[in-house]
Design a protein around this ligand. Structure first.
Ligand SMILES: C[S@@+](CC[C@H](N)C(=O)[O-])C[C@H]1O[C@@H](n2cnc3c(N)ncnc32)[C@H](O)[C@@H]1O
Length: 249
């Protein structure tokens, strides 16, 4: 029997189902608080104009980006969060009770198999959800981004990335390959799921190829580095007319 690919949606779902209980604490603590800062910067990069808006939080996890999104844009009317993992979904729902549940809907599904409507979103935001996709899946995600955004709609993605240059790369790899697995062995009863997330991160590289795929889909894109490339992202918008890459009002 062949091993399932680590990019198989069922495999990814299982990894996050097992991680979900400790995800928030582990990701904040093990990134020295950088993940929170990067979520806020991703929302800033979205540069959503003031006014009512509806959009998607893709690979939403337990809804870590919602406080940033709602603080920056209190007039958002609706966030539709999509995540494949039941464990992450359940924790997100617990969170919904203390947040503005009436603004947020959660869809438990593989985003690439979901039927999000054409031109249904003013924005798409996604924090740390790129690494568990391979090249082909990134291409499909770029096509989905273009399809579901309204003309003028905005997007911002961010992902932890492999920094270029040895001064940062050595501690980065040491952290992912040695520290994370050791902490899991010692404190999480030998689980290797967060170490698996480390493997996805090193395989991912950075968001530049995904940025090129979004550009091929006719989207205006800007690739961005955060903290010397330890995270990278891509932001932009869907031009109002395909033949003229006009900035939305
Ligand atoms: C590293 S977590 C990021 C969660 C959250 N956005 C954050 O800021 O921390 C990646 C999430 O992507 C979800 N995911 C992975 N593949 C997916 C897919 N094909 N469709 C929907 N969600 C997916 C996982 O279940 C997981 O919750």
């Amino acid at each position: 029997m062949t091993e399932p690919s680590i990019y198989d949606p069922d495999f990814v779902r299982n990894v996050f189902d097992r991680c979900s209980g400790k995800y928030i604490a582990f990701s904040t603590w093990m990134s020295f608080g950088f993940t929170e800062r990067w979520r806020r910067q991703c929302v800033e990069a979205l540069a959503l104009p003031a006014g009512p808006a509806t959009g998607y939080d893709l690979m939403a996890g337990t809804g870590e980006v919602w406080p940033h999104l709602l603080a920056a844009h209190p007039d958002i009317e609706r966030i539709v969060a999509v995540d494949i993992s039941r464990g992450m979904h359940e924790r997100a729902m617990q969170r919904l009770h203390v947040m503005r549940a009436d603004y947020i809907e959660f869809i438990e599904d593989d985003v690439l198999a979901s039927d999000l409507g054409d031109e249904s979103a003013d924005f798409i935001v996604s924090t740390f959800g790129l690494k568990t996709f391979n090249e082909n899946q990134h291409r499909r995600l770029a096509a989905l981004t273009s399809r579901v955004l309204k003309p003028g709609g905005r997007f911002a993605y961010i992902e932890a990335s492999d920094p270029k240059g040895w001064t940062l790369r050595l501690p980065y790899l040491f952290h992912l390959k040695v520290v994370l697995p050791m902490i899991e062995r010692l404190f999480l009863r030998g689980a290797q799921d967060f170490a698996m997330i480390g493997t996805y991160s090193t395989n991912f590289g950075d968001a530049s190829e995904f940025a090129a795929m979004l550009r091929e889909q006719g989207l205006q894109t800007e690739f961005r580095r955060y903290f010397f490339g330890c995270a990278t992202g891509v932001r932009g918008f869907k031009p109002v007319r395909r033949d003229a890459a006009t900035t939305p009002e």
